[in-house]
Design a protein around this ligand. Structure first.
Ligand SMILES: [Zn+2]
Length: 236
């Protein structure tokens, strides 16, 4: 772990702060790696650190019972994990799971709360992000209820491509089945369909997007809806 040096950061939420405010915060930020499958939070556990991803993909999962979980939202370098602590909620209600490895800037939750209380610019940026995240979660709930697995898989692959900026994705079937809240056999069938249409290739956990435009046509409308939610939330 090393200290982060201002004003360089790949995290867009931090980058949107006035440089003076960012520099003050940067003294408390530590760069950490986000290894694949690391759980940053579990439901009911205290939020000790807040993470600002600079790369990678983090899924927020709602856990049901002992071994069921469904993804409600994805956060990447546009946002923050654990921001509810600034609103006085210090316990996570979701599992935050790294599903694309990367790095993050991390701060102790108590220090961020102090900073948030003293610094008005935080409100604007956190509210923008929280609004977008809420929109994404609401859309995901409707998507899981109404759209086919194939269309959801296409949407999910495109959204993940946008975030990691690569057409090559390392995703096991087991992981996709958790992310989409369907059984593995459902993922296999949907992936085979997309592969048959030459939109993707899929083998041993490696997915390559062959034809993004046609994959977008195969994806459900939620892909565009969530993109618009983020665009509108961040409009100056
Ligand atoms: Zn959908």
């Amino acid at each position: 772990m090393k200290r982060a040096t201002p004003p360089e950061t790949q995290n867009r939420l931090l980058a949107a702060l006035p440089s003076r405010d960012y520099r003050r915060l940067a003294r408390h930020l530590t760069s950490v790696s986000l290894p694949l499958r690391q759980a940053l939070y579990e439901p009911g556990a205290p939020i000790r650190h807040v993470y600002f991803p600079e790369s990678g993909v983090i899924s927020l999962l709602t856990v049901v019972g002992l071994n069921k979980a469904a993804e409600v939202a994805v956060v990447c370098c546009e946002g923050v994990i654990g921001a509810s602590t600034t609103l006085g909620v210090n316990t996570s209600h979701v599992r935050a799971l790294v599903q694309g490895e990367g790095t993050a800037l991390r701060i102790e939750a108590s220090l961020l709360r102090k900073e948030f209380a003293e610094n008005g610019t935080w409100f604007r940026e956190l509210y923008r992000f929280s609004n977008a995240l809420m929109g994404q979660a609401a859309q995901t709930a409707a998507c899981n209820r109404f759209h086919t697995v194939e269309a959801r898989l296409a949407r999910w692959l495109l959204a993940t491509r946008d975030r990691v900026n690569s057409r090559h994705l390392e995703l096991t079937q087991e992981f996709l089945s958790i992310m989409l809240g369907v059984r593995r056999v459902g993922i296999t069938g949907a992936a085979m369909q997309l592969q048959k249409q030459k939109l993707i290739t899929y083998s041993r956990g490696h997915i390559q997007i062959l034809d993004p435009a046609r994959l977008e046509a195969a994806a459900c409308s939620c892909y565009g809806v969530v993109k618009d939610i983020y665009r509108l939330s961040y409009r100056k």
